[in-house]
Design a protein around this ligand. Structure first.
Ligand SMILES: [Zn+2]
Length: 471
């Protein structure tokens, strides 16, 4: 038995968030009827000329900067030649020798840095739809702007690959460069994996792994590959250089193709697009668009709010959420109450709404609800009711509380009549309590809560009952 080091590198394709395609004006809308978002350019008709979409350049540059890449000031596109039924031109416009960005890195939650070899712009191919005994081609996706992000082989286990993807996705969403929706194919990942004996410097034969449809799929596929390659090596056999597919249902990887030699794509500079310089101004502008990144925000929140890391991780898992939390805390600084209400009822409401975009309530109004609750003006139940009425509308909080009569009844004078009524009306519970059955008091608390339509403060009610029954 030997010990092995695992060496993993990831290639991620993300769809940049532009409204039109990279070299024509066709929309990038998802789910349009097949072959409706197409024109002679993206269908590859002879004689057409591509026109480069500036927005794709801006977003690509922004990603490069967020991943600490050096942005090449002079870039050009190249043709990557290969045949595929859903690639009508017979080549893909991509970047090869001079990518948009190089030599970057991404910091993981664990503190480890993973090198980024390069980020480059390219166009997407179409989609083949395979039927029983024939295939159809949908070219809606052809020409969608993609950014390929290639990591160095710095990832040393499947879990780290999962962490890398999680962090990368979070960054891309924070800087608004991509929606990263894997189900829609906005983020796709291929992996390279090899094993080498511990201490050995020479890399082992690498296997390319494809067809992983989720981050979990990437982790599971890689875990299976580690086991499989270990077994092969322990039996004294050699790893074949091949591309394998992850079969999610059977939980195994299967051979897709064996590579005798590296593909020759016959790259050459795209003659229909001139090479060009990326101006300093453009880079400066995009630098400003790289907001505070998730891990930096996390550090700051840990320091400012002194909350458990687990809670901070939830808060920063979405930029809108994190910004909302921060603005709310600026309005009302009882962080403990704020966090409790934010992670509890607030997130519950978002789940009910199904999307964060549906939130209309302002941080000021949210903070007001929490403050009223903390000060005892409304009880927990009422606070939730107010929140559920205001979250998607941003109605006036004071008006809501007044119109629905939710002000908490906590004045002893107001409550006294209800307490007396509960005691007089429930002699059995009273005698049980006096006979030593502590639980019986909760029944009486329940009676008072019912009579006040849930507006009383249960803690005050219990104390008043205890006091009254002692006499
Ligand atoms: Zn088009």
């Amino acid at each position: 038995m030997f010990e092995f080091d695992v060496v993993i590198g990831l290639e991620v394709h993300v769809q940049l968030k532009t409204r039109s395609k990279i070299f024509c004006c066709c929309p990038t809308e998802f789910n349009s009827p097949v072959n409706t978002n197409i024109c002679p350019v993206c269908c590859g008709y002879p004689g057409v000329l591509p026109v480069f979409n500036e927005k794709a350049l801006d977003l690509g540059t922004r990603v490069g900067l967020a991943l600490n890449c050096k942005i090449n000031n002079r870039i050009y596109f190249e043709r990557k030649n290969y045949f595929y039924p859903d690639l009508p031109k017979g080549y893909q416009i991509s970047q090869y020798k001079r990518p948009l960005g190089e030599e970057g890195n991404l910091l993981l939650n664990s503190g480890k840095k993973i090198g980024i070899t390069r980020v480059h712009l390219e166009e997407d191919a179409g989609k083949s739809i395979h039927k029983q005994d024939y295939s159809l081609v949908d070219l809606n996706r052809t020409g969608t702007p993609l950014l390929e992000i290639v990591s160095e082989p710095d990832i040393s286990n499947p879990q780290e690959a999962f962490d890398y993807l999680t962090q990368l996705k979070l960054i891309l969403q924070y800087i608004d460069a991509s929606d990263c929706d894997m189900e829609k194919g906005f983020l796709r990942c291929d992996a390279n994996i090899s094993l080498k004996r511990k201490g050995e410097t020479k890399l082992g034969t690498r296997v390319e792994l494809k067809n992983m449809n989720s981050f979990k799929g990437v982790r599971d596929g890689l875990m299976h590959e580690v086991k499989r390659q270990k077994k092969v090596l322990e039996q004294g056999q050699k790893i074949a250089q091949e591309t394998r597919l992850w079969d999610e249902n059977k939980c195994i990887t299967v051979v897709m193709r064996t590579k005798e030699e590296a593909c020759d794509y016959r790259y050459f500079p795209e003659p229909d697009l001139l090479d060009f310089c990326i101006s300093k101004e453009r880079i400066e502008k995009e630098k400003k668009n790289v907001c505070e990144l998730p891990l930096v925000k996390k550090e700051r929140f840990l320091k400012d709010y002194k909350l458990p890391e687990k809670e901070i991780d939830i808060i920063i898992s979405n930029r809108v959420l994190a910004d909302f939390f921060e603005s709310s805390c600026n309005e009302y600084d009882d962080i403990k109450k704020m966090t409790g209400f934010f992670l509890g009822p607030f997130l519950e409401q978002i789940n009910l709404l199904g999307t964060i975009e549906a939130i209309k309530i302002s941080p000021g109004n949210f903070a007001k609800i929490v403050r009223y609750f903390a000060q005892g003006k409304i009880n927990n139940l009422s606070a939730k009711k107010v929140l559920s009425s205001a979250i998607a509308t941003d109605k006036d909080i004071d008006e809501l509380i007044a119109s629905r009569g939710l002000v908490q009844v906590s004045g002893e004078d107001e409550l006294f009549a209800f307490i007396k009524e509960a005691i007089d009306g429930n002699p059995k519970a009273v005698s049980e309590y006096k006979g030593g059955k502590q639980q019986a008091i909760m029944f009486l608390v329940g009676c008072v809560m019912k009579k006040t339509k849930g507006k009383a403060n249960p803690k005050v009610v219990k104390e008043m009952l205890q006091k009254a029954l002692c006499q």
